[in-house]
Ligand binder design. Structure first.
Ligand code: NAD
Length: 274
């Protein structure tokens, strides 16, 4: 081992300085947490997702100023294959390369299988699964040419285990793990890794909304909803944070993770250990 490569934290330069990343679905929640974590390590970042144009512009500006990196935005709809490919081409044109691709955009719908709307099934498969395929397909040629790339797919504990009423989501997340393994094998000799991160419950605005709604609907204190309803399956009885997911993605992009590929890392407080 080259002992010189181990430096004290204070002397270390930012791990992703000079690299460029796309994070899909990064206008909110986990994606934004990942984008922040990558920017903090010096990566230029392309944000993507829906939202208020002024809010997105403010987020872009704040990230660029705080971390001294380039930040741009694509409004590509991840349910549209041609827009996914165009997003990758635009990022390559703006930054010169896409070194890190984080496929994070995702939606959810909860309903019994016999009532599950076919349109929702199609949308969830398109956004949570097929968009990753289309983005990887578009980004891989450049990564191969440069001999370096990091692909991180945000799956879920539901990539490993199921819950009732989430047929499309669970199917898509299981499939994302399969896709991750195939891509890892195909790129194993090209300096490109492909891994999945599998969060349990993560505290995002989306989840906060659910807590308030359920507390009101059941007339139960908020803490009890969190513990007995939402975190029933999560042994550590707390949400992961978007910062913890961001840190996991940064680790997967670091030199120390160069031989981790085809893996899924559970960030779920022990949920899938049971
Ligand atoms: P969120 O709703 O806060 O964010 C989703 C992001 O995806 C937003 O930026 C949204 O604009 C974007 N998006 C939605 N549809 C899109 C489309 N068609 N095209 C482009 N962007 C689109 O959700 P989140 O909780 O941050 O979830 C992010 C990812 O993490 C998802 O893949 C989700 O399945 C996964 N995940 C979340 C949790 C959790 O507890 N929050 C747990 C496990 C996995």
């Amino acid at each position: 081992m080259n002992m010189q490569s181990i430096q004290p934290a204070t002397a270390r330069s930012r791990a992703l300085a000079g690299r460029s990343a796309i994070v899909t679905g990064s206008t909110s929640g986990i994606g934004l947490g990942i984008a922040r974590a990558l920017a903090a390590e010096g990566a230029s970042v392309m944000l993507n997702g829906f939202g208020d144009a002024d809010d997105i512009a403010r987020t872009r500006g704040a990230l660029a100023e705080e971390f001294g990196v380039r930040v741009c935005y694509s409004d590509a709809d991840m349910s549209k294959p041609e827009q996914v490919a165009a997003m990758v081409r635009t990022a390559e044109a703006k930054f010169g390369s896409v070194d890190v691709l984080v496929n994070n955009a995702g939606i959810q719908h909860v309903a019994p299988i016999e009532e599950f709307p076919a349109g929702k099934w199609d949308a969830i498969l398109a956004i949570n699964l097929s968009s990753a395929f289309h983005a990887i397909r578009a980004a891989v040629p450049g990564m191969k040419t440069r001999g370096w790339g990091r692909i991180v797919n945000v799956a879920s504990a539901h990539g490993h285990v199921a819950s009732p009423f989430k047929s499309a989501y669970v199917a898509a997340k299981h499939a994302v793990l399969g896709l991750t393994k195939v891509v890892a094998l195909e790129l194993a000799e090209h300096g490109v890794t492909a891994n999945a991160v599998c969060p349990g419950y993560v505290w995002t605005p989306l989840v906060e909304k659910q807590i308030e709604e359920q507390a009101r609907a059941h007339n139960i204190p908020r803490d009890q909803i969190v513990r007995d309803v939402l975190l029933k399956k999560q042994p550590n009885k707390r949400f992961s944070t978007v910062e913890e997911i961001g840190a996991t993605v940064v680790f997967l992009c670091s030199a120390g993770a160069a031989t981790i590929t085809g893996a899924s890392i559970n960030v779920d407080g022990g949920w899938t250990a049971e």
